[in-house]
Write a protein that binds this ligand. Structure first.
Ligand code: ATP
Length: 332
């Protein structure tokens, strides 16, 4: 498949800060790609470099096979949706969506037709004549999306676009964004620090830390086989077995990660351990149980409340646990 974006040894410093420290990345045409990482890890700077809002110190940026490293933003075949939406407050919804086409000199009738089509795609027909202040947060978000897709760019860049929405609306918009991307068939590159958002929406994820990509993979690869301790800790709840516990329980050296849902109460699986229960938290469909091993590491397990298993463990008691050894991964 053709690549929508290729980044080669991209670097960007702001004074003393190495914001982007040698990023190499290939994103395929039509991919839904997430850049995930903690605050300050450089993901927004990479997005801004692709858009052309920042100039790299070195490295190359290709969009659809063309080197755009020296191309100004308005000549790059990408559009950006910002977290704060950046809508014009004095313009109606429709005028906001038409704006980019007007700047490009597209005739009035075509402008209107294309704006209405974009508004239809984001389910905002009937709101054309409202001002942004007369809309809810989710509706404003949709206007920003309509404005970004009206030009039919090859690549849509989204900078934490759901960050300002409450949890329920966020979940709704996650589904809608995914559907919209499927319908449009264009490449979406999405910046987020929310691991759940990246896992549920993306075809592939790049995990950033300190201006570098630590791991690239599908959500399942990133979650099930974290490359190192950082990824294991940043994506999902991570259980780490350090040297002493690895030796005693696994008979191996190194640091290992096991996901909480893989650990079961009892001794049905080949890896067996026991520890003192230090916390029991009921969270509805699951109960989260923390135990402390005699070697010092703490493990969290998620016990499903499906009515089939025994009652919740008692704080301070000793609990036998086990897991299938195929779910433990060397991370350091
Ligand atoms: P967040 O999730 O908080 O947006 P991020 O991963 O997107 O974080 P960036 O915004 O790319 O991180 O920032 C990377 C580093 O570069 C940070 O240390 C930041 O303070 C710094 N930085 C970003 N933009 C500038 C700028 N214009 N001037 C100076 N430093 C900057």
């Amino acid at each position: 498949m053709r690549n929508a974006i290729v980044l080669t040894d991209l670097r960007k410093n702001f004074g003393e800060v190495q914001a982007v420290a040698g990023v190499n990345l290939e994103i395929a045409d039509g991919e839904f790609f997430a850049m995930l990482g903690p605050s300050g890890s450089g993901k927004t700077t990479v997005l801004r470099l692709i858009a052309g809002f920042e100039i790299p110190d070195s490295g190359k940026i290709e969009i659809a096979g063309v080197d755009v490293s020296d191309t100004p933003p308005f000549n790059r075949d990408v559009n950006t949706v910002f977290q704060d939406y950046a809508l014009f407050p004095h313009m109606t919804v429709q005028k906001n969506v038409e704006y980019g086409l007007r700047v490009k000199g597209v005739a009035k009738a075509e402008r209107e037709a294309r704006a209405l089509k974009a508004l239809e795609r984001v389910k905002l027909i009937g709101y054309e004549n409202r001002k942004p202040s007369q809309l809810s947060g989710g509706q404003r978000q949709r206007v920003a999306l309509a404005r970004a897709i009206v030009n039919e760019p090859k690549v849509l860049l989204l900078d934490e676009p759901l960050g300002a929405l409450d949890l329920k609306l966020r979940h709704e918009m996650q589904k809608e964004l995914k559907e919209l991307q499927g319908a449009l068939g264009i490449t979406f590159i999405f910046v987020t620090h929310d691991q759940e958002e990246a896992l549920t929406m993306a075809d592939r994820i790049a995990v950033f830390n300190d201006g570098q990509i630590i791991q690239i993979g599908t959500p399942i690869e990133i979650y099930e086989k974290p490359a190192n301790e950082f990824v294991a800790g940043f994506v999902g709840i991570s259980n780490l077995l350090h040297e002493a516990a690895s030796k005693a329980i696994l008979g191996k050296t190194g640091t290992f990660s096991i996901r909480p849902e893989k650990i079961k109460i009892g001794s049905a699986f080949d890896r067996k351990a026991s520890g003192i229960v230090t916390q029991v938290q009921f969270i509805g469909s699951f109960t989260r149980v923390d135990i402390e091993l005699s070697q010092g590491d703490r493990l969290t397990l998620l016990k499903e409340n499906d009515g089939t298993s025994e009652s919740n463990p008692v704080l301070g008691s000793t609990l036998n646990i086990s897991w299938d050894s195929k779910y433990e991964f060397l991370v350091g």
